[in-house]
Structures are given as structure tokens and as C-alpha cells.
Design a protein around this ligand. Structure first.
Ligand code: PLP
Length: 396
């Protein structure tokens, strides 16, 4: 007998993956250039040259037993020290290598952090729209997933709803800014308000409520807006960081968890992080990648390409008549579906070779997500298909 829960998870792949697979088949049938595939958040910009140079040098110069050997469970101490120093310099907060745990990307960071803190009966809040895997990660930790809708017009935090959703069982709140799928950035004033509300609720219930900042898109910002660094605003915070998008290294699986030193009993929390990493088999993140990123902490992939894509797509779609939530960062755009059921809209868009992701799995029906980390030329050529789709609806 198998675990029915795992069997179900394995059989039911995410809708994004399903669309991506459909796209793969369709591209083979009619040619890659004829499918406008906006399904997957796979960075289209190459990793900075520095990453390649550092990797080449490390491969050439590092003794094999170090290069390909295990590091300590939470990661190489020199790497964690470099990251801690970098956090201190960039964000003016305290950081120590003893509270940094190297991971295989943000997915692992989140799973470990959640498993470190959550128990049966706990509740974990995420703002909708949310990255669909949050539900899987939270439920796997034993906690109940509690989505809290954002305001429908700008997809910012609805504080009234949030306050009503916090209960004595709330163990954590996940914040993701810039956001996947909307590209929205939570403004500093809202982060301050969120911290104040959580502090108030901690006092009221006499317990810790953790704030988990999932930030693979921290560096992908186009408006010059400051993305608040959560540990500077709230004591009981975790940062779940990843180099997948900022350095365009999603396949290399590298990131980290930072436990804020201001967290209550931070060394015990870190011990629980190490325990969760151990229990889940997430020890010794890839050595070569740990060493590589430690020398590239101030580098970022060329995000100007995404900025240009965003401009062309936003202006093109709004000119046609679509309602678009203007993204401040990441490489996603949330567009209002032209009919109530976004899944039907997605199906109709397919007739024009447009692959868009219906928003239901993001916990926010009535939209589609466009991942615009694609070739700029494809975006330009896609606008005609978007126009045809729009007119098709008008002719109903
Ligand atoms: N969190 C969000 C919001 C994401 O969009 C993603 C990936 O797309 C992840 C976490 C997982 O990232 P990683 O590749 O670092 O595991």
C-alpha cells in the first residue's frame, strides 16, 4: 500500500506543468516560434558571466574531495559567513553564519522552515494570489493552509480580512514580495502595518507568530521601489532566499534560510531548522553551487530584459483593452480574464496559440498569469494573437 497522499500529489501535477507540457507538444507540431508560451517562470536571461567564470575557476583549482565533497549539514561555514556579512551590509540588520542554513532553493527553504515550526493543529496564512506549492508545503508540515485574499483591485494586503483570519492557532504568515503570480510589491508602509498587527496578535495570544519572507524575486524590481527587508521590521522572521531567479540558476538548486537573530530563542529555532533539514534529507546543499554563489553575492542577472518585456506587454495589452495589474517586480503579469471562468478563457486563448495560466490554483479566480521571462521578440509577435483573442470575445 502506498501513501495515498503522496500518490495523489504525484499524479496530479500542477496546472502550470500541464500547460508547459501541452506547449512542448504543440511547439513540436507547429514550430517553437508559433507558440506564445507564457506558462513557466524559467528565467530567459543567462546567468551573469561572473557565475560561469567562478565555476570554471573552482572546477579547475579546487581539490576534488572539496569540490565534490559534502559540506557540513547546514552548509560550508565560509559560505554562510560571506552571506551573513552580505546581509549585514545590504540591509543593515544583524546576521550570523550560525543562523544561516544553505538549501536547494526557495522550495527547500520553505519546506524546512515550515517543518521546523509547524505542528498538527497549527495554521499558516498565505496571501492570495499565492505560489500554488505553498499549499503543498504547508499541508506536508502538518499545518492547515489558510489563504487570505488580497484586495481585488491592486492585490495588496486586505488588513481587515487578515485580522479576522488570525486565530490562536496561527503559527506563521508567508509573505512573498515581489509576488508570484502578480508581480506586486508590498509597500514598506504595509510591512510596518503587518508587523504591528502580528506583534499585537502575539501579545493577545501569548505566543510567537512567525513571518516567513519568501523572496526569490527580491532583485527583480522595475520601479525603483524599496523591497522591505522583513527582519528589519519584525523580530520573529525567517528569510527564505533563492538564487534561482536573481542569478538565473533555477536548475542548480541553491538558496538559504536566514533565521533572524532577533527571533525569540533563535538558536533553538535554528536547531529545529537543522532537524527539519535532516528529517527531510535536505542536508549539504550542492557544494559547487555554495562556493560559486558565495563569490557572486553582489551580482544579478540582467533584469533590464524583463523590464523591457514588462513595458511592451503591459502597454500592448492595455492598449488592446485588457485590464492588467501593473507589476512592480518579478517577471509575472496578472491579467483579468475576459470571462468569469479563467479556465475557459485559457482554453479559448489556446486557439490563438497563447499559453496563459488560469489563476484558480493561485487562490484568486478570474485572472490569468503571464510569465514574461521569454524572448522579447515573442512578446512583440504575441500582441496580435492577444488582439485576435480580445476581438473573438467582442464578437460573441
Ligand atoms: N517561491 C516562489 C514565489 C516561486 O515563484 C518559486 C519558484 O518559481 C519558488 C518559491 C521556488 O523557487 P526555487 O526554484 O528556488 O526552489
Amino acid at each position: 500500500m502506498l501513501s495515498q497522499k503522496m500518490l495523489e500529489l504525484g499524479k496530479k501535477s500542477s496546472v502550470i506543468r500541464e500547460i508547459f507540457e501541452y506547449g512542448r507538444v504543440r511547439k513540436a507540431e507547429i514550430g517553437v516560434e508559433n507558440v506564445f508560451d507564457f506558462s513557466l517562470g524559467n528565467p530567459s536571461v543567462p546567468a551573469p558571466q561572473k557565475v560561469t567564470d567562478v565555476m570554471n575557476r573552482l572546477i579547475a583549482e579546487t581539490p576534488a574531495e572539496v569540490l565534490h565533497g559534502y559540506t557540513s549539514g547546514p552548509g560550508d561555514l565560509k559560505v554562510r559567513t560571506a552571506i551573513a556579512e552580505n546581509i549585514k551590509t545590504k540591509f543593515q540588520v544583524e546576521a550570523t553564519p550560525g543562523l544561516i542554513y544553505m538549501t536547494c532553493g526557495a522550495a527547500a527553504s520553505l519546506t524546512i522552515a515550515l517543518n521546523a515550526i509547524a505542528e498538527e493543529g497549527d495554521e499558516v496564512i498565505a496571501f492570495a494570489p499565492f505560489f500554488p506549492e505553498y499549499r503543498v508545503f504547508v499541508e506536508q508540515s502538518g499545518a492547515k493552509f489558510v489563504p487570505v485574499s488580497c484586495k481585488n483591485d491592486d492585490l495588496q494586503i486586505d488588513f481587515d480580512l487578515l485580522e479576522k483570519s488570525i486565530t490562536p492557532n496561527t503559527k506563521a504568515v508567508i509573505i512573498n514580495s515581489p509576488n508570484n503570480p502578480s508581480g506586486v510589491i508590498v509597500p514598506e508602509k504595509d510591512v510596518i502595518k503587518l508587523a504591528a498587527l502580528l506583534n499585537e496578535k502575539q501579545k493577545e495570544y501569548g505566543k510567537e507568530i512567525f513571518l516567513i519572507s519568501d523572496e526569490p524575486y527580491r532583485e527583480l524590481v522595475f520601479t525603483g521601489e524599496k523591497v522591505a527587508y522583513i527582519p528589519a521590521y519584525y523580530d520573529n522572521s525567517f528569510v527564505c532566499y533563492s538564487y534561482s531567479k536573481a542569478l538565473s540558476l533555477p536548475g542548480e538548486r541553491i538558496g538559504y534560510i536566514f533565521v533572524s537573530p532577533t527571533m525569540k530563542d533563535s538558536s533553538d529555532v535554528f536547531a529545529a531548522v537543522c532537524g527539519a533539514g535532516r528529517a527531510l534529507g535536505y542536508v549539504c546543499a550542492p557544494s559547487l553551487m555554495q562556493y560559486t554563489i558565495s563569490e557572486c553575492l553582489n551580482n544579478t542577472a540582467d533584469v533590464s530584459v524583463y523590464e523591457e518585456n514588462r513595458k511592451i506587454l503591459y502597454e500592448g495589452l492595455t492598449d488592446i483593452g485588457y485590464t492588467v495589474i501593473k507589476p512592480d517586480g518579478a517577471f509575472y503579469m496578472f491579467v483579468k480574464s475576459l470571462e468569469e471562468d479563467a479556465y475557459k478563457f485559457y482554453e479559448r486563448a489556446k486557439k490563438f496559440e497563447l499559453l496563459l495560466v488560469p489563476s484558480d490554483d493561485f487562490g484568486c479566480p478570474g485572472f490569468v498569469r503571464l510569465a514574461y521571462c521569454v524572448d522579447t521578440d515573442l512578446i512583440k509577435r504575441s500582441l496580435n494573437a492577444f488582439k485576435e483573442l480580445y476581438e473573438d470575445y467582442k464578437n460573441d
